[in-house]
Design a protein. Structure first.
Length: 259
């Protein structure tokens, strides 16, 4: 049992290191790692990762809030879409046998697809901005608000099923919707929105019995120092190299899950 705890903590440390260096990759790496490497049921992997993410994102939100790099208006718009859709998605999941083959297959397929989308967002973010940035800049305030709420709704569904999407996908969407906003405020707003999203989804999975608290504790024991070290190293490693490495890893892992 102690050896298993150590492996979980080591995995948490590695993922935390990457999250600290890139700002993304928590759910997109941790959940498939738990499924493929440790053989944990997809529902338990997702539920445990959601509450694990809620804890780490809360710490990040305090830092960004202290540095005044959170736009709470954007957070509110995202939550207006994500909270009700998260509740609806959890209701649908509750009607399934969450630890059964059908739910497990659904989670695995959605997770694999989410990893491909996340990888695409990491690789092609600049091209997307160049292609659609001008169109988004011409949007009026009302349309921007509606699209932000719709983005939150999509993230609510995706994150509730797979625990993936609140990082790279959310940041990429906000970069398009708010092109004049500094990157630090976009990242801070995305992290702050992830707290209620992952917390609500995680509590829902906990109520449905798909959360392993022992696993969460072991992951946090490794991930918290990993995030600290990764944040320190982030300015010393080329960002492009990190993003391409992370995207390649997500494509390989997503292929293993879907195929």
């Amino acid at each position: 049992m102690h050896a298993i705890d150590l492996l979980y903590s080591l995995s948490g440390f590695v993922v935390g290191l990457l999250v600290g260096m890139t700002g993304v990759g928590g759910g997109s790496l941790m959940t498939p790692l738990l499924i493929l490497l440790f053989g944990i049921h997809p529902a338990t992997a997702v539920g445990s990762d959601l509450l694990y993410a809620a804890a780490t994102k809360t710490a990040g939100t305090f830092v960004h809030g202290f540095n005044k790099t959170v736009d709470w208006r954007i957070v509110g718009r995202l939550a207006a879409g994500s909270v009700p859709m998260t509740a609806l998605t959890l209701f649908v999941l509750s009607k399934l046998e969450l630890r059964g083959a059908t739910a497990g297959g659904l989670i695995t397929v959605v997770l694999g697809c989410a990893l491909f989308v996340t990888a695409g967002a990491l690789i092609f973010r600049r091209q997307l901005i160049e292609a659609f940035g001008e169109w988004f800049e011409r949007l009026d305030v009302r349309r921007t608000r509606i699209l932000t709420i719709a983005t939150g709704a999509a993230l609510g569904v995706l994150v509730s099923i797979s625990s993936v999407g609140a990082g790279a996908i959310g940041v990429s969407a906000l970069v398009l919707l708010y092109p004049r906003l500094p990157t630090a405020r976009i990242v801070g707003s995305d992290i702050a929105h992830a707290v209620p999203l992952t917390l609500l989804a995680g509590i829902g999975h906990w109520i449905m019995g798909s959360v392993d608290w022992h696993l969460i504790g072991s992951l946090l024991a490794g991930s918290l120092p990993g995030i600290f070290l990764g944040s320190y190293m982030s300015s010393r490693v080329p960002d492009t190299l990190l993003r391409l490495t992370l995207a390649t890893t997500l494509i390989i892992v997503g292929s293993k899950l879907v195929l």
